[in-house]
Design a binder for this molecule. Structure first.
Ligand code: ARG
Length: 563
């Protein structure tokens, strides 16, 4: 149990109150203690002025072992931790839990569906897909660590008239060998050629429509060609997923819902929610302050929203989710508001359990990127560059390192992923090489480096230190306390990251942990002649390394032992 909760219970008892823990603050000024309780909320029940209450309670409270001093200052009761006891409690708890420190079963029996990455077939995987992939992967790990049952879904963009165009182009100019070799790039070039030629020869558009109709009608040849494009895309992007260590439980995409939309459309009709508007069928959403949601086009064909509607029902029926998350850029805010509103209007209260986990744009510091102008920055290129740059740095700084390639992979990929998870989701990100790979900034490599440095200290110390004899007065200083507090509050940071669907709360937490640990390391000798004190300091290093490693794991990043 954490200290706030414990202090809260003690206060509840002394004041015959409830919920005191919620009001406990952590003062930024160390002179005001490590925890402070404002007494205002007790004024009514205790019928006294808050400063008087503070005085009285400060006297009355049973002082727990982890508290060294209790002080009443004005309306506040300030608690000062006994640093050595705090160190012992924190370190032994964390060490015993090992890799499971921060793990919980709070989500037992609850399924959380997550729709992330959700790529489009025959389109390049560009840096704009980094956020959804990194966020989704991290949330998957965080929910799972907290005992939830996550279901990761890659809602493939595998439906639409563009595939008719692609087949037309393929039939006219495509070569099988090129598809196998050129992959997505080749498919893109076919697509581009189609648009160029269709400007001169509009009959191509009719042909494309005809091919798309064939896909819709289940024509064997059309489906076979389309399946080929799909397999090719997934094979190519699968390599990236492997590199990123990202996985999915389902690849059910838009086409999966072809035969699952009709029942939903029927239900909308039965509930009198479908309204005709300029020949199309829409659901009015005025009471939600939203424009109408288009369900069927004038020619009776379905839309992105129709498929998402069917997908929402399918997910509810299949997984009976506790939450259903859509990790998709904020450009689709309106789409998801409409989707949730339609389901709410149909009378399903679980509409409230769906959440659009939105995020900002990624752009490059050296000029913006635009898909239309063909300036796509492929994630593959970014990762490969990051790995190559790291490899060069390693060659320069640690020429003797074993496994250079695998370490360069872990650091290069980690740096890119870390940069995507460093700020609140909704902020637009400017991707800047120098910053991302900087070993001193608030970066992935910096945190990984701190982890490796702790491991190296432990290797240097060897096995001769008995933690059972540790003398925790070695940690009775503010530098150690800063590290310890960061360790102690780590489980809480994970829960907050889950509640807000904000992995950056874990990122920030381990960045600070690394900074505090480095400060401690610069200002204090870790290994000296005093074996008991050294044991305590080594424990601090070990638990710090474990905590950073778990934190990185939750972000989807590896923590090499040497670098
Ligand atoms: N493929 C879509 C895109 O690239 C994202 C799909 C998100 N998921 C969903 N269920 N709509 O924009």
């Amino acid at each position: 149990m954490d200290y706030k909760t414990l202090l809260g219970q003690i206060l509840d008892k002394a004041a015959a109150a409830e919920g005191c823990a919620e009001a406990i603050e952590t003062p930024s000024d160390a002179a005001l203690g490590d925890y402070a309780f404002p007494c205002f909320r007790l004024a009514k029940t205790m019928r006294m002025a808050p400063p008087k209450i503070a005085q009285e309670l400060a006297q009355k409270i049973e002082q727990p072992a982890f508290i060294a001093k209790i002080e009443a200052v004005g309306p506040y009761i300030n608690f000062f931790l006994d640093k050595a006891v705090f160190a012992e409690n924190t370190l032994s708890t964390a060490l015993e839990a090992g890799e499971n420190y921060g793990r919980s079963d709070m989500g037992a029996g609850k399924t959380v569906v997550m729709d992330y990455s959700s790529i489009n077939i025959a389109k390049p995987f560009h840096i704009g897909h980094l956020s959804t992939t990194a966020l989704g992967n991290s949330l998957y790990r965080i929910y799972s660590f907290l005992g939830f049952t996550p279901v990761g879904i890659n809602h493939l963009g595998d439906w639409g008239t563009q595939f008719g165009k692609l087949i037309t182009a393929y039939k006219l100019w495509g070569e099988d060998a090129c598809v196998d070799e050129g992959g997505i790039d080749y498919m893109m070039s076919l697509y581009v050629r189609f648009h160029e030629e269709a400007e001169k020869n509009p009959a191509l558009d009719d042909e494309a429509r005809a091919w798309f109709k064939k896909i819709e009608d289940g024509d064997e040849e059309a489906l076979a060609i389309f399946q080929r494009f799909k397999d090719m895309t997934l094979r190519e992007i699968g390599k990236l997923y492997d590199l990123l260590d990202v996985h999915f439980d389902s690849y059910a995409g838009e086409s999966f819902y072809n035969d699952k939309m009709q029942p939903v459309i029927d239900e909308l009709r039965e509930k009198n929610l479908l309204v005709e508007s300029e020949g199309a069928q829409v659901v009015e959403l005025t009471e939600y302050d939203l424009p109408p949601c288009l369900i069927l086009k004038r020619d009776g064909t379905t839309l992105y929203a129709t498929r998402d509607l069917a997908a929402a029902f399918y997910r509810k029926n299949t997984y009976n989710f506790y939450k259903s998350l859509y990790i998709v850029a904020y450009q689709q805010n309106l789409h998801f508001k409409q989707l949730f509103a339609v389901i709410d209007k149909m009378g399903y209260s679980w509409a409230q359990d769906m959440e659009h986990v939105n995020f900002g744009m990624v752009s490059l510091a050296d000029g913006s990127m635009s898909t239309r102008k063909g300036h796509v920055v492929k994630l593959k290129d970014v990762l490969e560059q990051a790995i190559a740059k790291t490899r060069a740095l390693i060659e320069e700084k640690s020429p003797d390192l074993a496994d250079k390639d695998s370490v360069a992979n872990d650091i290069g990929v980690g740096a890119v992923v870390f940069s995507a998870l460093s700020n609140g989701r909704i902020k637009d990100i400017v991707f800047d090489w120098d910053r991302v790979l900087n070993f001193d900034g608030e970066t992935g490599p910096y945190v990984q480096y701190t982890h490796a440095r702790c491991r190296s200290l432990l290797r240097k110390a060897g096995n001769g230190y008995d933690y059972a004899c540790a003398d925790y007065t070695a940690l009775d200083n503010d530098d150690a306390l800063a590290v310890l507090r960061q360790i102690e509050s780590f489980p809480d940071a994970i829960v907050r990251a889950m509640t807000k669907n904000e992995p950056y709360l874990v990122t920030r937490h381990i960045v600070h942990l690394a900074q505090y640990m480095n400060k401690f390391y610069y200002d204090h000798r870790v290994i000296d002649d005093d074996r008991e004190k050294t044991a305590a300091r080594l424990m601090l290093a070990e638990v710090t390394a474990n905590t950073i490693k778990t934190g990185l794991y939750l972000l989807g990043i590896k923590a090499p032992d040497r670098m």
